[in-house]
Design a protein around this ligand. Structure first.
Ligand SMILES: [Zn+2]
Length: 446
């Protein structure tokens, strides 16, 4: 299936300093060496890109503080400056409009999280290893990139680290080669991937397989956990193959080749999704499925967010609203409370909170506000009530299918929804998505 052409190429209104709209990257090849003790990362990144409609005399990559060895464009040394997270590159010869070009950056240093209003993002050193959780702007903490969600690319990632550690990256493990106490892990992610969704986990992890014979699993599913947590995690993630089957039934085929869960050896505020991967903290494992709704939430992001990706961060509710609603659907279909009950609870909660959040463009400060998740789930529930069961689920499945590997905004969803409605839905969409007052609790039409 060919990726849909990205129609949205504007700079991100929430993070205008990130990304460069004048070119697109279609492939990254990272060859990196990581030493966990001194937290030392170094190597090269090779980007295959295409210039946009204008000739490029210079262009910018996002990259945090590293020592830059050299920068080559099409194999020739290029001038560059590197400050405030921007690596500005001036090729020896201007690039023609529409011309393909490669950029190679050699760099090294001590990666550290990028500061943000939500704390550190990106590469994080752990007590014994490292993890990457970049949403939304942490990717430049470890590799040079065109850091905007709409610029999706394929990735080959090779990481060399001491052999005692596992290197877990989304995608297919191509080779694992050991030499002199170090092992090089090479992964290929061929599906179009946003820079924020590229994750790495390095640590001493024990593997569990969930897609065992008899589980009925349709997709390879692995869970990697710190030693000692195997039994608890096997229970807590034990229903994930069932979840996978449900979501494939509701949302269409799983978009990637495999699904990996990493329980990092660290407590995390919230689990985070990446392409083909979700990272949980030790605090999300209790042996009682206390965080199962989050298992569903992260899995749903593989469709909503990772395969169908937002054009820019104003549309984050498209990721979180559907992931929240997937929690409710899992509950409903696995013997728990129905979605209507979850909707009533969420509505009661929101009715007691300030109503100043506009779902379709919440502003940067509120993009991860709890209210966005709850209202997002409610907005999806409102669509279910308005469209009816059959049309609603067809609409959702077609949304994921028609936009597979693509880039979307809120206006794309509203146009899509109108095709499934037998009655006008403009008022409902306007009230839930563009106004701040909380609409009435949606009720299914009789
Ligand atoms: Zn989420």
């Amino acid at each position: 299936m060919s990726p849909k052409q990205a129609p949205h190429l504007g700079a991100d209104p929430y993070f205008p300093a990130h990304g460069d709209t004048r070119y697109r990257v279609h492939r990254y090849e990272l060859a990196l060496d990581y030493k966990p003790g001194p937290n030392r990362l170094g190597g090269s990144a090779r980007l295959s890109a295409v210039a946009g409609a204008e000739p490029l005399r210079e262009f910018a990559l996002d990259l945090a503080e590293f020592r830059i060895g050299r920068v080559l464009v099409d194999g020739r040394a290029a001038h560059y400056t590197h400050r405030a997270g921007k690596l500005r590159v001036r090729p020896a010869k201007a690039l023609a409009a529409g011309a393909p070009f490669t950029t190679e950056v050699h760099y090294s240093g001590n990666p550290k999280p990028v500061r943000s209003p939500w704390g550190g993002l990106g590469w994080e050193e752990l007590t014994d290893g490292a993890l990457v959780a970049s949403q939304p702007i942490g990717a430049p903490s470890w590799y040079p990139c065109n850091d905007r969600p709409a610029d999706k690319a394929s990735y080959q990632i090779a990481i060399t680290t001491p052999s005692a550690y596992s290197v877990l990256v989304g995608g297919r493990l191509l080779t694992r080669t050991s030499r002199g106490g170090s092992t090089t892990w090479v992964y290929e992610q061929s599906a179009p991937t946003s820079s924020y969704l590229v994750s790495v986990s390095i640590g001493q992890y024990a593997p569990l397989r969930l897609d065992t014979p008899g589980s009925g699993a349709t997709v390879p599913q692995h869970v990697y956990v710190p030693a000692g947590l195997e039994a608890l995690a096997a229970h807590d993630f034990g229903r994930q193959p069932e979840m996978m089957r449900l979501f494939e039934e509701l949302f269409g085929p799983y978009p990637f080749g495999s699904y990996t869960v990493v329980v990092a050896d660290e407590e995390l505020d919230v689990p985070v999704e990446a392409q083909g991967v979700a990272t949980f903290g030790t605090n999300h494992v209790d042996g009682r499925r206390g965080s199962e709704r989050l298992v569903a939430h992260e899995l749903a992001h593989q469709w909503f967010g990772n395969s169908v990706t937002i054009a820019d961060w104003r549309h984050i509710w498209l990721n979180e609203g559907f992931a929240k609603y997937a929690e409710w659907l899992w509950s409903e279909r696995s013997g728990g409370r129905p979605a209507t009950a979850h909707a009533a609870v969420a509505h009661a909660l929101l009715s007691r909170l300030p109503q100043d959040l506009r779902l379709a463009d919440p502003g940067m400060r509120l993009m991860f506000d709890d209210r966005l998740y709850e209202r997002g789930g409610l907005a999806v529930h409102a669509l279910r009530c308005a469209l009816g069961e059959e049309s609603f689920f067809r609409m959702v499945r077609d949304w994921a299918g028609q936009n597979r590997y693509g880039v979307v905004g809120t206006a794309d969803l509203t146009a899509h929804v109108r095709c499934y409605a037998t009655r006008p839905v403009d008022g409902l969409l306007e009230a839930w998505l563009h106004e701040t007052a909380l609409p009435m609790l949606p009720v299914a039409a009789g």
